[in-house]
Structures are given as structure tokens and as C-alpha cells.
Design a protein around this ligand. Structure first.
Ligand code: ADP
Length: 196
């Protein structure tokens, strides 16, 4: 079974590709969803986070106070590293477990892992192939402005906080060029599917 890691910077079209793959009937593991599941109320991870960053990060109803945690880690590099270390380790463990389960089912020839932080977590080292959605910064900015109503300044800040396009391109096996329309993006995927 082939495991394809799908990644891409903000606004590059990663969700558009994921939606298309799901509609085409492919199995897609969602790393962001796993990241949300592991911090549900009462989870082991939430206990670990509370011991690292204080009980103040848990709301009265037992859920994670994301805003509070964000304030703590974004002003302190070491704390951000601690958080990423804890979260990424657990996310990788779970993804590996799920890949094993799916492999044992022998139902799929290929599965995808939708992982915005594929490279940053090191997950790219354990996939068979890396697909990157890519578009120039201006196209991404225009699309995110239309999608989220965020300001250009805020989007530029987010883009510059991420790994650069060039770094990602150099690590990818396949680059899905999303500067054209969605149809052209889907055609690229169909071409790749023929080779799987
Ligand atoms: P990401 O998941 O990488 O942040 P999305 O797939 O959400 O990016 O795409 C960002 C926005 O741009 C979405 O609103 C999406 O519908 C739109 N979009 C994506 N690809 C195209 C395209 N080829 N042409 C026009 N709009 C697009």
C-alpha cells in the first residue's frame, strides 16, 4: 500500500485537493483532526499540557483553552518547542498506528495523509511519496482574503512564519501547480492517479 503525504502552505489548495480525493473515494487521514482529537477533555495529552503550561490552559468545562495556550507559546520559543514536541510525537504515533490498521485491512492500494506540517513534524520521512500543493504568494493571498476575509498584512505574516515554498518544493516528489483553475488542478491529480 502506497502512503502519500499531502502538504502545502496556507492558501495553496491543500483542502481543495483533499476534498477532491475524498469525493473520488480515496482514504485520507487528516492530521489536523487527529491533533484536535488528542486534546479532547480528559485526554492524557491535556493532562501533559496542563503539567507543562499550568492548569490555566484548561477551561471550566474541561476543554483546552486554545487562546490561552496560544498566548503562552507564541511569546516564548522554548515553550512552543515543548508544545510541538509533545503534540507532534503523539500525532505521529497515532498516524503510524492508523496506517498499520489500514494496511492490515488490505482494502486500499493507496492512502493519503493530509498534513499541513508534513515536513515540520518529520512525517515526510515515513511516507512513500510527497505531494505538494503550490501557488505563488499573490495568488494565495487573494484566495485567502476571499476565503477568510483576513487582511493582507495578517496573511503575509502567516505565510512568512511558515517554511518557504522553495524549501517545500525541494523536498516534494510531486508539485501540484495550483496557479490555474480548479479543473486544471483536478486534471493533474487524474494524471498522477494513472501512475498509481
Ligand atoms: P489550503 O487548504 O491550502 O489553505 P484551500 O484549498 O482552502 O487552501 O484554497 C484556498 C481558497 O482558494 C479556497 O477558498 C479555495 O476554494 C480556493 N481555491 C483553491 N484552488 C483554487 C483555484 N485553482 N482557483 C480558484 N480558487 C481556488
Amino acid at each position: 500500500m502506497k502512503v502519500i503525504g499531502l502538504t502545502g502552505g496556507i492558501g495553496s489548495g491543500k483542502s481543495t485537493v483533499t476534498d477532491y480525493l475524498i469525493a473520488r473515494g480515496f482514504h485520507v487521514l487528516d492530521a489536523d483532526q487527529i491533533a484536535r482529537e488528542i486534546v479532547l477533555p480528559g485526554s492524557e495529552m491535556l493532562i501533559q499540557l496542563a503539567s507543562a503550561f499550568g492548569r490555566g490552559i484548561i477551561l471550566e468545562d474541561g476543554s483546552l483553552d486554545r487562546k490561552k495556550l496560544g498566548e503562552i507559546v507564541f511569546s516564548d520559543r522554548e515553550k512552543k518547542k515543548t508544545l510541538d514536541g509533545l503534540m507532534h510525537t503523539r500525532i505521529l504515533e497515532l498516524i503510524h498506528e492508523r496506517i498499520l490498521q489500514i494496511r492490515e485491512e488490505r482494502k486500499h492500494k493507496v492512502i493519503f495523509i493530509d498534513a499541513p506540517l508534513l515536513f515540520e513534524t518529520g512525517l515526510h520521512k515515513s511516507v512513500s511519496e510527497i505531494w505538494l500543493t503550490d501557488a505563488d504568494d499573490e495568488t494565495r493571498i487573494q484566495r485567502i482574503m476571499a476565503r477568510d476575509g483576513m487582511s493582507r498584512e495578517e496573511i503575509e505574516k502567516r505565510i512568512s512564519a511558515q517554511m518557504t515554498r522553495e524549501e517545500k518544493q525541494s523536498l516534494a516528489d510531486v508539485i501540484l501547480d495550483n496557479t490555474g483553475d480548479q479543473e486544471s488542478l483536478y486534471q493533474q491529480i487524474e494524471q498522477l492517479m494513472k501512475k498509481i
